[in-house]
Design a protein around this ligand. Sequence first.
Ligand code: FMN
Length: 368
Amino acid sequence: MHVLSYAVILILGLPFFNNYITQTTLKKGKHPMTYLVGGIPMLFPIMVGAGACKTPESVIPYMRRGNLLLGAVVTGSYTPDARSGNDGILSYPDEWQKFLELQFGLNAFGMPNMGYSQAALELSQLFPAPAYPVIVSIAGFSVEDYVKGLTVFQSTSAKGVEMNFGCPNAHDKKTVPIAYDIISMIQVLEASKELDIDCPIWIKLSPYVTLEEREELTALYPHLDFSNVPTVTESFLKEVLHHIMTYRQFIRAVVFSNTLPNVICRDANGKPATSPNDGKAGLSGPIIKAISLNLVKRARAILPEDIDVIGSGGILTGDDVVDYLEAGAAGVQCTSGPFWYGDGPRFFANLVIESPRLQEYLTQQANP
Ligand SMILES: Cc1cc2nc3c(=O)[nH]c(=O)nc-3n(C[C@H](O)[C@H](O)[C@H](O)COP(=O)(O)O)c2cc1C
């Protein structure tokens, strides 16, 4: 048969194949809600990560493909007021093949978003009863901002709120995320405790590296400048997680991790690939997978059972998903994949279709 015929059969067959896996996995499973991820029931432990759907409207293509093996969509991050974001070249590279070749992406969008109230309104209008759970990611510049976000979104159709502590642009105009500042995190969590929130709260942290690990990155990837990346001490992770544990009455998951902050990629003339902040941008994609995977493993060993760990960082294939789940993640999130691939729903369909290992894993989970 001509190679084109195979391509046509494959493309036309995708939705049916997807549907077949969904149906058989569910039929054999004990209960249609197979996974409980961070207190939220999901059909599959795979999510669209924050940043891929920056508006409620951009969630629609995922909702339309109700047969995707998708557990949830995270939308945002949203801040209290609308933001237009940065100007100039905001992401690098500009196409998928180049992203695959480089094995990383950089972004410095500056969190453009419509603000809490408008996002809450659009969520209620668009998804009174969404096909997949929607989780809202909130970011802020003060304790009050996070408190407001929790208050606004808990009364929407969102099934949970992810507090983004790892956004490089969002900490009181400082240059490092709040995830590096234990005192500020405690202040936010202390104020959140008082709210008596009745939906699951997740905390998203940064891909913490020590000075030694930063030096290893520099040696491995000499084309990238890591000199502005914040570093932590060996004991920092334990310390952060011990504080988080004291809020276990409302924290249901910790997400590792957001982008690695303040990385610069320069061309041969020294010109940075992105323009805001002198070229300092958030690094994502396969290059950060080893860091996030290691944090997932270590966090799982430290945290109590009632706080899940969710993996995020460099997931482009179904095999990557299984790596995280086997490391102890209750679920995973993908952002660079759908963002640079372009067709998000197809990206998620491919994760399963192209990975016998993930198919096997899901089948085993459904039939223990
Ligand atoms: C284009 C882009 C935008 C992002 N925007 C957000 C955001 O608004 N909020 C957030 O918590 N994380 C954001 N992230 C971080 C991702 O959600 C994710 O945690 C990180 O990039 C690592 O996963 P990945 O390698 O799959 O991208 C963004 C990442 C990218 C690539």
